[in-house]
Design a protein around this ligand. Structure first.
Ligand code: FAD
Length: 383
């Protein structure tokens, strides 16, 4: 059993770490933490991370991609500032799906802009009444001449305000439930979609949005995943992405641990550094133990997916453990910082908010546990 990364992977990780510290973090710091980044700023960030392969990711180089394997993408992703993770990841994911499943028309129309880092994408599945069970979506697509006409509302959509392209899950035939679902690509320039921003804890600089499809007409050729295959496609996409959310949890927790160690070495009470108190050391030891466990579980799951194996249990374990771990670890970080930890003058309060949101998207903690339970028992709690 080998727990080491290849020399190349270690080198890539070291290089991006330095780049993030020297180039990205100062630029992000300058933008502040209070309001959403502008589209211009986000595109400038995409351009900066493109040379690392974080735009073209796993698409082969001969097709204009970066030719990374999934594991290497994950290692790079882990190092990215939290504020850029989902924006870049969701955009790259759409490019990969178009590369895998798209027609020549889709590839010519959508891929160049995405691979150049000139376009942002979002994936619209969740609806006001449909969250954990995407097979029940109610947004409809009906045919009218050469167009699909889309009607419905999508909500909590990452990149929803800025995205140029929307991958929208639609219901073609409600009587078929999940078997009626397909996916259509929407180019907002030719098919405008109304949107309103949603303010979310821990997501000040990001953009979640509600999207209103009100008789939105989209050329028929934009159908990416036909009726009957949309639900399955969404489910299969979850495996890698759950690991990526787990990695977000690990990087947030790692920062919280670093700040806590430093603070415990500096802060004095009862005439001693608080780091010398055994109960503070216990918290630090628990934080480090849980972080290492989460990271190993997440790397294991990502490695399995990278090797093309079905890893339903492992990816669900990684997602729920790493995200709940991040909540526990950032909460302990606040405890170690005392009242200062609750103020916005110290970074751990922000890390706690960032961690707290991770247990909801890409399948909540409860959904992950039900998937694991189903695989263990053969009994499906969802039915
Ligand atoms: C930061 C963030 C980014 C997001 N980005 C996107 C995006 O880009 N695109 C998109 O489409 N969506 C996105 N979402 C939405 C996300 O996918 C949903 O929030 C998620 O699927 C859960 O749905 P819900 O919030 O409606 O909760 P619900 O499904 O209503 O669940 C409410 C509670 O009930 C529990 N529950 C539900 N069913 C069961 C069950 N069978 N057994 C036990 N407990 C159950 C859940 O665990 C949860 O605790 C995002 C959400 C967040 C927080």
């Amino acid at each position: 059993m080998n727990f080491d990364f290849t020399d190349e992977q270690q080198m890539i990780k070291k290089t991006i770490k330095k780049f993030v510290k020297e180039e990205l973090e100062p630029a992000i710091e300058e933008q502040g933490d209070e309001k959403p980044f502008t589209k211009e700023f986000l595109l400038s960030m995409l351009k900066k991370i493109k040379p690392f392969g974080l735009v073209g990711t796993t698409i082969p180089e001969e097709a204009g991609g970066a030719g990374l394997d999934l594991m290497t993408w994950g290692l790079l992703y882990e190092e990215l500032p939290n504020q850029l993770k989902s924006m870049s990841g969701i955009t790259a994911n759409m490019a990969r799906r178009i590369y895998d499943r798209g027609t020549d028309y889709h590839k010519e129309k959508f891929l160049p802009g995405l691979l150049a880092g000139d376009k942002i994408a979002c994936s619209a599945n969740t609806e006001p009444n449909v969250g954990s069970n995407p097979s029940e979506i109610q947004t409809t697509a009906t045919i009218d001449g050469d167009h699909y006409v889309i009607n419905g509302t999508k909500t909590f959509i990452t990149n929803g305000m800025t995205a140029d392209y929307i991958s929208v899950a639609v219901q073609f035939d409600r009587s078929k439930g999940g078997k009626g679902v397909g996916i259509i690509l929407v180019d907002r320039e030719e098919s405008p979609v109304e949107a309103r921003p949603i303010k979310l804890m821990g997501f000040n600089t990001g953009e979640l949005a509600e999207l209103f499809f009100d008789n939105v007409r989209v050329p028929k050729e934009n159908l990416l995943i036909p009726e009957g295959q949309g639900y399955k496609t969404q489910m299969s996409g979850f495996h890698a992405w759950r690991c990526f959310v787990g990695l977000s949890g690990c990087s947030i927790a790692e920062k919280a641990l670093e700040y806590s160690i430093k603070y415990s070495q500096e802060r004095e009470q009862f005439g001693k550094q608080i780091g010398s108190f055994q109960l503070i050391q216990e918290m630090l030891a628990d934080m480090k133990t849980e972080l290492d466990a989460a990271r190993l579980l997440t790397y294991r799951a990502l490695d399995l997916v990278n090797r093309g194996q079905i890893a339903r249990v492992e990816t669900s374990i990684a997602k729920h453990y790493a995200t709940e771990m991040a909540i526990r670890v950032t909460s302990k970080a606040i405890q170690i910082h005392g009242a200062y930890g609750l103020t916005s003058e110290f970074p751990v309060e922000r890390l706690f908010r960032q961690a707290r949101i991770l247990a909801i998207p890409e399948g909540t903690t409860q959904i992950q546990k039900l998937i694991i339970g189903r695989e263990l028992t053969g009994m499906n709690a969802f039915r």
